[in-house]
Design a protein around this ligand. Structure first.
Ligand code: FNR
Length: 359
């Protein structure tokens, strides 16, 4: 089967994964308005192409936190990759190493961070972190990933509680017994009481606040990137608290339903941050022109969540590589057809009349 675009992988995953697993990956919160709007919002933006600008040579490379990557698309942290492919996060890590882009490893990986690093020793990786009621747990994992050569911590801030995902409740979804949240092997397993997704409920600390950013900074010298910001007010607070980056994200629409699409929230954040720190985005990226729109509106890099999992479900490492390659090819083509040849030159766009994107 020839895979031509990312929705081909989606179709494949839907047909081949169990219903409960498919539902878990696809889930949005409540009525899924925000999840769906993440995609639709791109379709409301029109590109304003320029012509006769010599696009015979194109170069998609860019940098994040000072490190060069092959194009401005990385992998967002998503949980439980072993549900989609037996090698799980090890396959994801190999694919991103081969393509030379950034892989944000989820706290809720089904391979341990040690296994992931061993599988792709030269990969460029950030680690996604939650703050636990038991601060020691967060502290230990921070030291572990720092020692393993992870290059940044991505603090996810939009999960004081888990969003209400209806199908997961209906399916009583949880990790099957042969899989584990390996980073916390022996820790979570010993905790009794109610569970969410096979992880003890109430492990995350809903009292987390800005002062915890200072606490995190006291534990590590790694750059800290806050994931889950959607307003200019919080973007300003992030800069004031001395973090090194922001990921504009609504968790793929899995948390607050009714919030904005990320591409719609991006501009006010970019305007507020004024280049003081890097701004990234995730949510709803499915084509190269989506990448172009986000980068042209000021995202230094975007991250894909579900499409990477569909790639895994298709063919493990090779599938994730194919997903990234297709996005890279489409991004290069959209750039050229818009009269641009380098993402670095793009981050100057403005949404004009009728949502026409000028650059
Ligand atoms: C996620 N996301 C997520 N985020 C995070 O910080 N830690 C996590 O463990 C997870 N787990 C997770 C599982 C699944 C199945 C999905 C779909 C998403 C959110 C993720 O990082 C990202 O914000 C969205 O997936 C981006 O939207 P798209 O690309 O899936 O539309």
């Amino acid at each position: 089967m020839a895979m031509v675009c990312l929705t081909d992988f989606e179709e494949y995953a839907k047909q081949h994964l169990s219903k409960a697993t498919w539902d878990y990956y696809a889930a949005g919160a409540d009525e899924c308005c925000t999840r769906d709007d993440n995609l639709l919002a791109y379709k409301r933006i029109r590109l304003r192409p320029r012509i006769l600008r010599d696009v015979s040579v194109s170069d998609t490379r860019t940098t994040v936190q000072g490190t060069e990557i092959s194009f401005p698309v990385g992998i967002a942290p998503t949980a439980f990759h072993c549900l989609a492919w037996h090698e799980g996060e090890m396959a994801t890590a190999r694919a991103t190493e081969a393509v030379n882009t950034c892989y944000i490893t989820s706290t809720y990986s089904t391979c341990s961070v040690e296994e992931i690093v061993a599988a792709a020793p030269n990969g460029y990786r950030w680690f996604q972190l939650y703050v636990y009621r038991d601060r020691k747990l967060s502290e230990q994992i921070v030291h572990r990933v720092e020692a393993l050569g992870y290059k940044a911590l991505v603090l996810t801030v939009d999960v004081p509680y888990t969003g209400k995902r209806r199908n997961d409740i209906r399916n009583q979804f949880k990790l099957p017994p042969h899989l584990k949240v390996k980073n916390f092997d022996g820790v979570f397993q010993e905790t009794a009481g109610p569970e969410e997704y096979g992880i003890p409920a109430n492990t995350l600390d809903p009292s987390i606040s800005w002062k915890d950013v200072y606490w995190l900074q006291s534990l590590t010298r790694l750059p800290i990137i806050i994931k889950g910001i959607l307003t200019k007010e919080d973007a300003e607070l992030a800069v004031e608290h001395g973090v090194q980056g922001i990921i504009v994200s609504n968790h793929g629409g899995r948390q607050l339903d009714g919030g904005p699409a990320t591409i719609d929230a991006l501009s006010e954040i970019v305007d507020t941050v004024q280049g003081r720190i890097e701004v990234y985005l995730d949510g709803g990226i499915r084509t190269g022109s989506d990448v172009l729109k986000a980068v042209a509106l000021g995202a230094k890099c975007v991250f894909i969540g579900r499409p990477a999992v569909w790639g895994l479900a298709y063919k493990g490492e090779e599938g994730v590589r194919e997903v990234l390659q297709i996005l890279n090819d489409e991004f290069r083509l959209s750039m050229a057809l818009s009269g641009e040849s380098r993402p670095i030159q793009l981050a100057v766009g403005k949404l004009g009349k009728n949502r026409n994107l000028e650059f």
